[in-house]
Ligand binder design. Structure first.
Ligand code: FAD
Length: 302
């Protein structure tokens, strides 16, 4: 690690956190523990995902509302347009806007039958992420983030098609792209270069996934087209039944990735928290992002 750079990193780096809406009371309690722990790190925004086919619409709305009412955080609501007519999508946009939501993450979504099945737009719906961005743009003055895929989306036949879709989203009003998670920083850098060459100048914020459970991540990665490098598998090898070491290795791996991206000039990071605070908190600490409480305690001790 390049610890020598640590003291000045915190000034340059900004973070955002992603949560998913909880299904049970127990999961809800865990999410709020996580939110409470991460809130003092003052993220730029926190986003709340939207389940396949809008299946979590109410839970997403409830979580966003609670963040608005009970925290100092700025929520961003994810929205998808899969399996929904335009008027249904427009009604959800209005519901969020009436609540006071000013930030959205606009996505196409996957078919309810799951990743890998052929996507067919709803006959009266928005066809893809770019059309949803257009709908949001005409509904209000919102900050709109979209997805980007450093290893290209599995449905994109090539990088040119993939980048073209990102360009359409930007042309329709997207102000930031957040990437699918990845573990090889060279792939991210190459993707950003391709986007810049195509005239895309919005921030392309790396999505960082701290590896809470390597086996799960490896299974999930193969379905969403993200490569799990052999070196990563080796790092977690044999730790299936050793959660403590697994967590230590995971925070080292994520910190190493983020510090390398900082070295490459990246200043914004989006963390897929999986509704857990520990790894994200540790990595933020390593890149100099501290809660005021922690700083105050540190100076009192000094
Ligand atoms: P788009 O950007 O619209 O398209 C992705 C690619 O597919 C394009 O590059 C294009 O080449 C190709 N494509 C698009 N439409 C067509 C078509 N009609 N025919 C052929 N090819 C086409 N999913 C959720 O359900 N809820 C969430 O909250 C959520 N949050 C996410 C957050 C981030 C940061 C990311 C990266 C992904 C998220 N996803 C979420 C997953 C996302 O919905 C899936 O990856 C989905 O398969 C694509 O949605 P998109 O908006 O990226 O698609």
């Amino acid at each position: 690690f390049r610890f020598s750079r640590r003291p000045d990193i915190g000034d340059k780096v900004r973070v955002s956190f992603e949560f998913f809406p909880p299904k049970t009371d127990e999961m809800e309690a865990r999410l709020w523990d996580t939110v409470t722990r991460l809130e003092p790190l003052k993220p730029k925004f926190v986003s709340v995902t939207y389940g396949a086919g809008g299946s979590t619409r109410e839970r997403t709305a409830r979580t966003v509302k609670r963040i608005l009412n009970e925290t100092t955080l700025t929520p961003a609501a994810h929205m998808t347009c899969v399996d929904a007519a335009r008027d249904q999508v427009d009604a959800v946009i209005k519901e969020f806007a009436d609540m006071g939501v000013k930030r959205f993450v606009a996505l196409r979504g996957d078919p309810a039958a799951g990743v890998g099945t052929i996507y067919r737009p709803h006959p009266d719906g928005y066809a893809n992420g770019a059309e949803l961005v257009g709908a949001l743009k005409s509904a209000g003055d919102f900050d709109i983030s979209v997805s980007a895929y450093p290893e290209k989306h599995p449905e994109s036949p090539d990088f040119a098609t993939d980048i073209d879709m990102l360009k359409r989203k930007v042309d329709n009003g997207a102000t930031r792209a957040i990437t699918q998670f990845f573990f090889d920083n060279d792939l991210y850098e190459r993707y950003v270069e391709r986007a810049r060459r195509a005239g895309i100048y919005i921030p392309i914020v790396p999505g960082i996934l701290p590896v809470h459970n390597f086996t799960q991540v490896a299974n999930f990665s193969s379905r969403c087209g993200a490569l799990v490098p052999a070196w990563l598998a080796e790092r977690f090898e044999g730790l299936e039944n050793d959660p403590q070491t697994h967590a230590l290795v995971a925070s080292a791996v994520a910190a190493e990735q983020v510090l390398d991206l900082v070295e490459r000039g990246v200043g914004d990071f989006h963390f897929y928290t999986m509704n857990r605070a520990d790894l994200v908190f540790a990595v933020c600490h390593m890149i100099g992002i501290r809660s005021h409480e922690a700083e105050a305690a540190g100076s009192a001790a000094a």
